[in-house]
Design a protein around this ligand. Structure first.
Ligand code: ADP
Ligand code: MG
Length: 361
C-alpha cells in the first residue's frame, strides 16, 4: 500500500475565498487521519481535491510514487464515502456494491460476486443484499455506502462526515464498527468531521483545521493534552477549556488578588492566556475556620449544570466578577457553601500568547 502525500495544496476560488491554504500532509499505510475543524474551514474542499472532484490552484497530490494531481477521479484509485450516502435508488444492495467494480474491465463476475459477498457479510448486510435503499434504515444505507468503497480495495479511502446523518445512538454504534473495520485496513484513510469525539476515537492522527490551514497535526492524545494554540485548545474538549486573559505581575498571572505562578519564560509579557480544562480544576468547600491552601482561589458558585454523570459548576472569582471558571465534578459531589476554593494544578495548566494564540509552555 502506498502513502498519500499532499504538498502545498492550495484552492483559491477568489481572492477572498481560499478554503485550502497550502496544506502539506502525509498519510502512511495503516494510518487514519482525521481533518477536524468547524464548518467552512475547508475540510470537504481538501477531500474533494484529493478525490479529483476539484482541481487545486497550486500544489501536488501523490499516491506512492504516482503524481495524481492531474488525473481524472476514476484514474486515481481512491474510494470516497459521502455524508449523503449517494446510493443508486433503483439498484439493490448487491448491485450498489458491485457497481463500482463493474467499471473495471479486468475483473470477472465470479470475483465480483466473491468480493461483494465477503464485504457484505463483514458489514452484516447479507440478509439485506436484495433490498433497495428505499427499504433500508439510515444506518444500513451508510453501511452499504461503506461496503461499496470497501469492495474496491482502493489505494486510499476518503470519508466526508459519514456519520452526520445518523441519530446519536446509531452514530455511536457505527463509529465503533468503523473503528473495527478500518483497524484491519492497510490503505491510508482521510476522514472529515466537525465532531471531536469521532476524531478522538477513530484516528491515529488528527489535523485540526481553521480557515484553510492546519493548526496542529498530532495523535489524538497530544491534541488534547498539548494543544498547539488557543484555537485548538478551545475547539477540542467538551466542556470547553477555561481560557482566561490575565495580567502578569512579577512571576504571577493575576486573577484579582490571586497570583497563579507563571512558568519559566525568557521575557514576561504584560498579559497572558491561561488555559485549564474543567476536569482539572480543583474544587474545595471553603468552610469557616478552615485554613485555605495558599494557592487556592476564592470564588462563588452561581450555576450548576447537570450533565448526567457530572456537574458543570460555574464559579465567579472573588474580586473579579467578570471572570468565570468552570469546574467539572462527579455528580455525587456535594458542597455546603456557595463560597468555594479553586486550585489550579501547575502541571495541568496551558499558557498561550495573547497576540498570536501560540502555546508558550
Ligand atoms: P467544510 O467542509 O470544512 O465545512 P468546505 O470545504 O465545504 O468547508 O468549504 C470551505 C469554504 O469554501 C466555504 O467558505 C465555502 O463557502 C467555500 N467554497 C466551497 N466550495 C466552493 C465553490 N465551489 N465556490 C466558491 N466557494 C466555495
Ligand atoms: Mg464539509
Amino acid at each position: 500500500m502506498a502513502k498519500l502525500q499532499l504538498k502545498d495544496l492550495n484552492k483559491t476560488y477568489s481572492p477572498k475565498v481560499v478554503p485550502v491554504k497550502d496544506i502539506s500532509l502525509d498519510v502512511s499505510e495503516g494510518e487514519f487521519l482525521t481533518l477536524l475543524g468547524p464548518s467552512g474551514c475547508g475540510k470537504s474542499t481538501t477531500l474533494r481535491l484529493i478525490a479529483g472532484l476539484e482541481q487545486p490552484t497550486r500544489g501536488e497530490i501523490r499516491i506512492g510514487d504516482r503524481n495524481v494531481t492531474d488525473l481524472r477521479p476514476g484514474d486515481r484509485d481512491i474510494a470516497m464515502v459521502f455524508q449523503s450516502y449517494a446510493l443508486y435508488p433503483h439498484m439493490t444492495v448487491y448491485e450498489n456494491m458491485a457497481s463500482s467494480l463493474k467499471l473495471r474491465s479486468k475483473i470477472s463476475s465470479g470475483e465480483i460476486n466473491r468480493l461483494v459477498t465477503e464485504v457484505a457479510a463483514s458489514l452484516g448486510l447479507t440478509e439485506l443484499i436484495d433490498r433497495k435503499p428505499g427499504k433500508l434504515s439510515g444506518g444500513q444505507r451508510q453501511r452499504v455506502a461503506l461496503g461499496r468503497a470497501l469492495v474496491r480495495q482502493p489505494e486510499v479511502f476518503l470519508l466526508d462526515e459519514p456519520l452526520s446523518n445518523l441519530d446519536a445512538l446509531l452514530r455511536e454504534k457505527v463509529r465503533a464498527e468503523l473503528k473495527q473495520l478500518f483497524s484491519s485496513q492497510k490503505a491510508p484513510v482521510v476522514y472529515v468531521t466537525h465532531d471531536q469525539t469521532e476524531a478522538m476515537t477513530l484516528s491515529t492522527k488528527v489535523a485540526v483545521l481553521n480557515s484553510g490551514t492546519v493548526q496542529q497535526l498530532d495523535p489524538p492524545h497530544l491534541i488534547y493534552t498539548r494543544p498547539a494554540n488557543q484555537f485548538v485548545a478551545g475547539f477540542v474538549g467538551s466542556p470547553q477549556m477555561n481560557l482566561l486573559v490575565l495580567k502578569c505581575q512579577g512571576n504571577f498571572a493575576m486573577l484579582g488578588d490571586f497570583g497563579v505562578p507563571l512558568p519559566n519564560m525568557p521575557t514576561l509579557p504584560p498579559e497572558i492566556v491561561l488555559g485549564i480544562r474543567p476536569e482539572h480544576v480543583g474544587f474545595e468547600d471553603a468552610e469557616a475556620g478552615k485554613i485555605a491552601a495558599p494557592e487556592a482561589i476564592k470564588g462563588e458558585v452561581y450555576l450548576v449544570e447537570n450533565l448526567g454523570m457530572q456537574n458543570l459548576v460555574s464559579v465567579r472569582v472573588k474580586g473579579v466578577e467578570s471572570v468565570t471558571v468552570r469546574a467539572l465534578l462527579p455528580n455525587d459531589r456535594h458542597w455546603n457553601s456557595e463560597i468555594v476554593e479553586l486550585v489550579f494544578p501547575p502541571q495541568l495548566l496551558h499558557w498561550f500568547d495573547v497576540k498570536t494564540g501560540d502555546r508558550l509552555q
